[in-house]
Write a protein that binds this ligand. Structure first.
Ligand code: NAP
Length: 245
């Protein structure tokens, strides 16, 4: 059954692909963005053509007040929420932990973990009142395995998995499912810095022999949000071409 979804970080990449898939299934979509205003507006206009409500909402989720404002505006614009997808995230340049500054560590944690806490803290009361809903978080294969020269990102993404599992237990009695998607290497701006040689090496390491498309990660998000996953909670679904087996 289609519903009303708020997707954080939906202006580009996996979040934008998820917004398109949700809308194609008839969901109304709140498209959160931070800096990519034009992209979010274009996406909202595109989705409105599918006869669903699509609302772009600016908010930096790493700021508590903005995250709360985002949830209130999404609830107001869509008349409530049935699903929240916590997808917004950033990565740091690959570097040794010892070369990472405290400012970089804090910036990463703020965007990738604090933001999720702020958005969920604001959105959960509405879902609990309805006694129904789904939450989908976006982690990474590095949150499962740890990535060399990706320690802060790995720590934040492992935190996302812990948060997901804890909330699945906490919110199950309120009929709210909480699941996580852990993508491998996906062709988005986040990997724009990779050289053709880097990409070839990553493809070589992947059992399916290629990197993923944003739509492939988004399909897992929409599945976990939907009633097709009605008895699934607390799970991490790897979408990584077999990188983590
Ligand atoms: P992307 O193309 O770089 O897009 C990131 C999105 O997050 C943008 O829409 C950006 O919004 C938004 N965002 C970043 N910081 C934000 C903030 N503070 N407040 C609100 N929005 C913010 O990245 P992606 O590859 O689609 O990544 C999406 C998620 O998948 C992330 O959590 C990432 O860690 C995870 N992931 C990606 C890969 C991969 O290979 N691509 C692999 C594993 C996990 P603006 O542009 O509007 O600022």
């Amino acid at each position: 059954m289609a519903g009303r979804v708020l997707i954080t970080g939906a202006s580009r990449g996996i979040g934008a692909a998820a917004a398109r898939l949700f809308a194609r299934e008839g969901w109304d979509v709140a498209i959160n963005y931070n800096s990519s205003r034009e992209a979010a507006r274009r996406l909202a206009a595109e989705l409105s053509g599918l006869e669903v409500r699509a609302v772009p909402i600016r908010a930096d989720v790493s700021d508590l007040e903005q995250a709360e404002g985002l949830v209130r505006e999404a609830e107001y614009s869509l008349g409530g929420l049935d699903c929240v997808v916590c997808n917004a995230g950033i990565a740091l340049p690959q570097q040794l932990l010892t070369d990472t500054t405290a400012e970089q560590w804090r910036r990463l944690m703020s965007a990738d973990l604090d933001g999720m806490f702020y958005v969920l803290k604001a959105a959960i009361p509405g879902l609990v009142r309805q006694k129904r809903g789904a939450i989908v978080t976006v982690s990474s294969m590095w949150g499962l395995t740890g990535g060399s020269c990706e320690a802060p990102y790995s720590a934040a993404k492992a935190g996302v998995i812990g948060l997901t599992k804890a909330l699945a237990k906490e919110l199950g009695p309120s009929n709210i499912r909480v699941n996580c998607v852990a993508p491998g290497v996906v062709a988005t701006d986040m990997n724009g810095h990779l050289t053709p040689q880097d990409l070839a090496a990553l493809e070589e390491e992947t059992p399916l022999g290629r990197i993923g498309a944003p739509e492939e990660a988004a399909q897992a998000v929409v599945f976990l949000a939907s009633d097709r996953a009605s008895f699934i909670t607390g799970q991490v679904l790897n979408v990584d071409g077999g990188m983590v087996i």
